[in-house]
Write a protein of this length. Sequence first.
Lengths: 274, 318
Amino acid sequence: MNVAETGVALDSRSKHLRSLVIDGLSAGRGHVGSSLSIIEIIRVLYDDVLSVRPREPKWPDRDRFILSKGHGCLGLYAVLADHGFFPAAELKRFCKPGALLGGHVDAHIPGIEASTGALGHGLPIGVGAALAARMRGRPSRVFVVTGDGELDEGSIWEAALSAAKHGLDNLTVVVDYNKLQSYGRIDDVMPLEPLADKWKAFGFAVREVDGHDVSALRDVFQALPFAPGKPNAIIAHTLKGRGISFAELDATWHHKSTVDEAMIMRLRSDLEQN
Amino acid sequence: MRQSALNSVYDLAKRDPRVLFIGSDLGAGVLEKFKTEMPDRFFMEGVSEQHIIGMSAGLAMDGYIPYFNTIATFLTRRCYEQVAVDLGLHELPVRLLASGGGAVYAPLGPTHIALDDIALMRAIPNMTVVCPADAPEMSRLVEATLDWPGPVYIRFGKGGDPVVSSADRPFALGKAIMMRPYGEIAIMSTGVMTARCLKAADELAGSGIGASVIHFHTIKPLDEQTVRDAASTCSLVVTVEEHSRIGGLGSAVTDVLADAGITTPQLRLAFPDQFVGTYGSQDSVLQSVGLQPPEIAKSILAGLETRASRRLARSDTG
């Protein structure tokens, strides 16, 4: 199943957030494809789902969002800037000396819960955060977005065992299933199918969704928790590089370190026509 | 020592609701009373060290103070990236209770013998590294960790180790303890080697050599002032540790002396840069590498002679 291939058109907000990602490429580098595939997931979470306060990022009762695929940071920075966690101008200083925003999410940034970048760390931390919320009797929910290549890490499955053992229905893992990892196709590098069955076998309540369909994403998040006493897994079918026609489904756009001014203009132009 | 540590964690948990206990897959019945009396704060999470470190980080981010116990090699090697990134980088107050530090698990072979744990943990920014001498000191130490900032690595001895620490000497993390003052030689040791060094110092006294013994229960942050002061007033600095000669107490002391430009001769007694290739007991393995009291004393006497003859040679040519 690859419901993202049904090709839901990007609305103006999705294009605006992608233009902020392109702002971040002025330093000449970034994980472009990995950031573009998660825009709608993060947009819907921050617009419609998460209980957070941009002016009070450490508000104790907030929901926790952990970007376990820390290299997709530009996608998250775009949404956080848009929500006022920090000025959007910071995106134009991305990865420059003295900048607030670097190439992987960092807990010193307002709105970032955990520094990640090494893969397989976010879900174990999310299990701890979900346990803590429950122990304190708080309504806080925990959302962890992982990559699909990231699921190769054993620590993800260690944490999955634990989440099910503890019945953490306040924990949701969202898999950005764009079918490409750094080297190439997931199916070639390390096949994950049957992915939904794996999460089910590990004790999760599972839903699949088109990860670029804003309406479908709202509906699936609205349905949480999917089953009392079970952690939740949402397999979001996405396109790596979504929104840039020549980057979509192209593994070489996983990360680019040679983005010049001409390429930035080309990216902006292509995004507008998408 | 392990029992003292776990009892101390229990005592802390009884009076402080932030304290949690997490084990991997420990022996049956460990801390049963903790589990019975405070079930919401007792976790046995299975053989999943990488996950447990991350989970501890998530709990600590919310104000809890997790004490995580498993075997030293698994707590350091298996989940090193999680310890460095989830705990060190985030400066989280997770306490790592490392069973079987050094050669305690000698009968079980090199997968269980922890001779690189101090080096690995020292290299992580924000990490505190402690190796108490005996069970009573372990209790004082665990007590002191409650509100200590950042992660702490706590190395356990075998248990039943001779008691050489004393409640009369004030205990503070990061502050070395003078166990035996005054001497032309300063012996610096950590963990259960301190008891052996005190015996070695007695043997040296029989040979007319005065040796002080300074116990560094905290290897990081090291009590650098005490290192500098002792090295400046003695003729030989000896470090003794149940650890590889790479990256442990001897390395830390050498760093301090080199940075301060103190050129007092040094003798570093430690395990060679090899996996232990034999079985037996902690004591027999220590003996095989010259780390029991008679061998320590002999090495120090030989070291004194070697350095004296070098001085003579230099003065002859000078």
